[in-house]
Design a protein around this ligand. Sequence first.
Ligand code: ATP
Ligand code: MG
Ligand code: MG
Length: 406
Amino acid sequence: LGVSHESQGTSTRDESVPVHGLSEMVVGILGGGQLGRMLCQAASQMAMKVIVLDPTENCPASGISNYHMVGSYDDSATVEEFAKRCGVLTIEIEHVDAATLEKLEQQGVDCQPRASTIRIIQDKYLQKVHFSRHAIPLPKFMQIDDEDSAKRAGDLFGYPLMLKSKKLAYDGRGNAVAKSEDELTSAVKALGGYARGLYAEQWAPFVKELSVVVVRGRDDSVLCYPVVETIHQQNICHIVKSPANVPWKVMKLATDIACRAVSSLEGAGIFAVELFLTGDGQILLNEVAPRPHNSGHHTIESCFTSQFEQHLRAVVGLPLGDPSMKTPAAIMYNVLGEDEGEPGFLLAQQLIQRALGTPGASVHWYDKPEMRKQRKMGHITIVGPSMGVVEARLKSMLREATDGQP
Ligand code: ATP
Ligand code: MG
Ligand code: MG
């Protein structure tokens, strides 16, 4: 591209790409998975230029970004090279090299959210320490380094005990439950041993899981999307219902805690705050994602401004959009791989055919190069006049009994 970063200052843009969109800034995204893909789709609507860095040649964002640099977002030199082409650098995955982002920020590169946020969030233990210092309610937690400390955690917090790896966790792939002291050893082994960096969390006796997607602009203004309910299966997000069916007081408490959590972090963009609602009406924070999130996919069809458009607006400094819902109810269903390879594709295709014939349904297919069991391959959002109606439509799409509802 032949344009050095230094010559362009902080509002740099890739000179080889003509800019006629809503922003002069080229947005660089670390990661080109489905979140990167949906960011590119939102950018296209506004004719904003987006480039992605991802190691996989045919990653979901590849074909629809303005430029795809094939390389690792974990490699310092590659990220530095990529940053030269961006006006603002953002992420769709938090497992990037935080030290490189800190170095780039010192050199004047604009990272949104800030490197400090990525550093805190990518280590779940550090994240918990950070939020507890900011008086955000969370399940009790402690680091475990060996059998002794793991047993101590079990004595203190009781069983079942949730063990988590501090880093590189997603879709529950860093979680293991010990139902009793006898299961500690096998749970630790399943996570790759103490050397991987583990901590224990008290079991949260939740009645529902909630999520609040929050956006912060470059001027620190904050807006919240409606509280949603997330339903997980084997630790993986499976269904999202918007709005959540909870009392007004719970909505307010969840939104307040989400806002406070996000305010304790630095930088612009979308943040998703995962929460537990307990039987006695308490809200506990599970974790925060500093990026668009699965619990916000429904916003594409159900809100005036989708989380993806909102993230782009926030990181380039455009006015934030309206996060409220434009439909009374929405339900999002993740299409997870049910089998490897071709048999898995056939099963997914059958479901998608039924979705295409479902009123109010929109199908998103991520075009992932490989089908794997439990992998997020796409999602379906159904909107409609009430939660009862969209639930009935989902049931009928899944070929479940519909209780005689439409
Ligand atoms: P994500 O894909 O959301 O990043 P992850 O791998 O980071 O997932 P967590 O969010 O820590 O995993 O946990 C996944 C799920 O496991 C939660 O949504 C919840 O259902 C369950 N879970 C996590 N922590 C606890 C806990 N302390 N008590 C009870 N259930 C828990
Ligand atoms: Mg997580
Ligand atoms: Mg989670």
